[in-house]
Design a protein around this ligand. Structure first.
Ligand SMILES: [Zn+2]
Length: 163
């Protein structure tokens, strides 16, 4: 455990009870307090590791059921109740403004129709917390003008290779 690491300590904070989605032997999952879409979640290894490539075989074996469990919970949760609770708890300085945006999101009452699942592997790839966290980002029909290319669109001008 890295003592100054946010994700190593997260489960000891009071607000963890609000963000908590599930836990197993090697991973826990939380709802992101700065959601980009309703249900945005993170899957985090309990043991401090930075890279996806640092996971051992047993952790890898736990990752797939962790993803399945996370998606299953996302698909049956009441997002509205979740974000109202998060606004009350204020897990971070900026979480309330993100959660208020979610309450106005037209997809708040819908079940996700797809997901972007990924990891910012390295600072240059956008990682801001240096403890592995796999992003589960629910997607909804029409949530962006042109979803073609999905995560390819992190390089916007090259993302869409269809048109
Ligand atoms: Zn850590």
């Amino acid at each position: 455990m890295a003592t100054n690491c946010l994700f190593c300590n997260l489960r000891t904070f009071d607000y963890y009870q609000t963000l908590k989605l599930f836990e197993n032997k090697h991973f826990f999952a939380i709802f992101d307090p700065h959601p980009v879409s309703p249900g945005h979640a993170l899957i985090i290894p309990k043991k401090h590791s930075v890279s996806l490539l640092d996971l051992n075989k047993e952790q890898w074996n736990y990752l797939k059921p962790s993803i399945s469990a996370t998606i299953k919970i996302i698909e049956r949760i009441d997002f509205k109740g979740l974000y109202i609770q998060m606004i009350d708890d204020k897990p971070t300085k900026k979480s309330s403004s993100f959660c208020k945006k979610m309450l106005l999101n037209p997809n708040i009452n819908k079940k996700p129709e797809g997901y972007n699942i990924g990891n910012n592997e390295g600072k240059v790839a956008g990682r801001t917390i240096h403890h592995l966290h796999i992003q589960i980002i629910p997607r909804y029909k029409g949530d962006v003008k042109n979803p073609t290319g999905g995560i390819r669109t992190i390089i916007p001008e090259l993302g869409d290779y269809k048109s």
